[in-house]
Write a protein that binds this ligand. Structure first.
Ligand code: HEM
Length: 523
């Protein structure tokens, strides 16, 4: 390890442990400080050993007997993976076949070409979504094999999507008000404004209404929602690639980050402020239990106006219509997951769409701006947003074109044959998405060109297929995609209706080419 790298990593570790970097290096070390350094050094050494020891030889578990062989393991330098992943992985697949193993952040992963997309996303028994996501998002192992992912899916597909019309009516005024404030701020300060901050804030407020109801919306709760979404984004490793320390010592980074944010944000803020709200709301009601087998069906008139919390509480209500103490704790975890899933990624994609729009000619911008008005609706509704085909096509093309590489993952539950290879049990398998999204055999000669009108005749931006993977495909395709696209359209249309977006210097910079969707570009 080179000396400057190790110094900066120790610095980062100390900062992460709560020390100010200046204070650490300027003070003369006393005996106590030196022994602190010694303890930190020991912890670091142990964690480094744990990280490196995990690079064990790959063995088959012996659950499948076949003549197939392990895929080749290709050595791709970290510098290549983190700075030009598309080229690095594409060339590995080109040179070594349709399935290759490659180490990244102390883990052996298998990267596959588009010919295996169907196998990967249609065989949930052997390529597990739940295990893959738990691994890639650094989730504790209690999430594996629990009801967590199924319940989150159920909550969104049953409690949010069927109510899109009511939701748009409730949240559109937020986007409108915030857009005016955002543009006013930019005009009065004369300085560039932060679009990610704007969309993160709008969506946090909107999702608070969806989750807990309008009467819990206040400055403190909005800020907390933003903070929680941001903290979980950090914990799940969304910014991990941009830190040399986190990339090199993933285990160590995970322990420090989770320890700090669980204490500082989840326990000290979410559990102190939101948990009591959930407790009071849920315990003061008697629910008509929802049929677990078909939760989408609801016969209660007034339930359409209920926030998500009450929808999901009905699933957990006992025969007397009450939710137990543990039930309330579980609901709080599900609401936490909803906040994270619904805020961060959508806010980031808004930035992609607005930045792309800002680089387009004036007429394209006007066409997008007119798109919502031209639907013939008297007021903005879910239906008019849905029918805004120019805007919809633009969003879909941004999602296809922005350059996702390893954005989807599955984990093998046993040794699984794939083509002429076998992928050993317990490994991540990731399709190289760019090979699908920029494939000439799918998109023709213009595959690598941005064409804003490519989708004006459909399909809509939220429709998934094996050729269009921004939201995944198959059983676990993103259940919130309709909400996401609707929110993106609301933010874009409210902004372009009152201002012309411009990029400082006329172009933007990709911050993390390995995590395009979740880390927004910057000017
Ligand atoms: C533009 C914004 C969004 C993008 C690009 C996106 C993308 C994705 C992707 C790629 C997956 C994994 C699919 C797979 O592996 O097959 C996923 C899963 C998921 N997404 Fe989204 N998503 C977005 C917004 C949302 C929103 C707004 C919500 C919530 C309302 C949401 C909730 C979820 C959940 C709960 C899952 C886990 C899978 C499941 O439960 O079925 N997402 N999303």
């Amino acid at each position: 390890m080179d000396a400057s790298v190790s110094r900066s990593m120790i610095l980062q570790l100390l900062v992460a442990l709560g020390e100010s970097s200046n204070a650490v290096w300027l003070r003369v070390p006393t005996f106590i400080q030196m022994s602190t350094y010694l303890i930190i050094a020991c912890i670091l050494t142990m964690l480094i050993l744990m990280t490196t020891c995990s690079r064990k030889r790959v063995k088959l578990s012996g659950t499948v007997h076949h003549p197939l062989r392990l895929p080749p393991i290709v050595k791709i330098p970290s510098s290549e993976i983190f700075t030009r992943p598309q080229e690095a992985y594409e060339s590995a697949l080109r040179d070594h076949g349709p399935v290759v193993g490659a180490w990244r952040k102390g883990r052996l992963e298998y990267i596959v070409g588009p010919e295996f997309t169907k196998d990967l996303f249609s065989n949930d028994q052997e390529f597990s979504f739940e295990d893959g996501v738990a691994t890639i998002l650094n989730l504790p192992s209690i999430f594996r094999g629990s009801r967590f992912f199924k319940d989150v899916h159920l909550m969104i597909s049953g409690g949010v999507i069927p109510k899109m019309e009511e939701i748009v009516d409730k949240i559109f005024p937020i986007f409108q008000r915030q857009a005016k404030e955002f543009v006013r701020q930019s005009e009065t300060s004369g300085q560039p404004v932060d679009l990610f901050e704007h969309s993160h804030r709008c969506i946090s407020e909107a999702m608070l209404i969806v989750a807990l109801g309008q009467h819990h919306v206040n400055e403190q709760n909005i800020k907390l929602t933003e903070e929680v979404a941001h903290a979980i984004a950090i914990m799940t490793g969304i910014y991990q690639n941009t830190s040399p320390f986190a990339r090199t010592f993933p285990v160590c980074w995970r322990i420090i980050t989770w320890g700090r944010l669980v204490c500082e944000v989840i326990l000290a803020k979410y559990c102190r402020i939101i948990l009591p709200i959930i407790w009071k709301e849920v315990r003061s009601r008697r629910y008509k239990p929802l049929d677990n087998a078909s939760p989408e069906q609801t016969d209660e008139e007034d339930s359409r106006d209920d926030p998500l919390l009450h929808y999901i509480a009905r699933i957990y209500a006992d025969g007397q219509g009450k939710v137990s103490f543990l039930g309330v704790v579980w609901l709080s975890i599900l609401i936490l997951a909803f906040i994270f899933a619904s805020v961060h990624q959508t806010a980031s994609v808004v930035v992609w769409v607005m930045f792309e729009l800002s680089t387009r000619p004036e007429e394209e911008l006007s066409a997008v701006a007119d798109s919502v008005d031209n639907t013939g609706a008297h007021r903005l509704s879910y239906e008019s947003l849905r029918r805004a085909s120019t805007l919809d096509s633009f969003v879909r093309e941004v999602l296809r074109f922005k350059g996702d590489t390893l954005s989807l993952t599955r984990e093998t539950t046993r040794d699984v044959p794939l083509g002429e290879f076998v992928i050993p049990k317990g490994h991540l398998v990731l399709p190289l998405t760019t090979l699908t999204h920029q494939s000439q055999s799918i998109y023709g000669d213009t595959a690598t060109t941005f064409d804003a009108h490519r989708w004006t005749e459909g399909p809509p931006a939220s429709m998934v297929s094996l050729n269009y993977l921004p939201f995944g495909v198959g059983r676990w395709a993103c259940p919130g995609r309709i909400l996401a696209i609707t929110e993106i359209k609301m933010i874009v249309s409210t902004l372009v209706a009152i201002a012309t977006p411009e990029l400082e210097g006329g172009k933007y910079k990709v911050v993390d080419p390995l995590n395009i969707t979740s880390v927004p570009p910057v000017e």
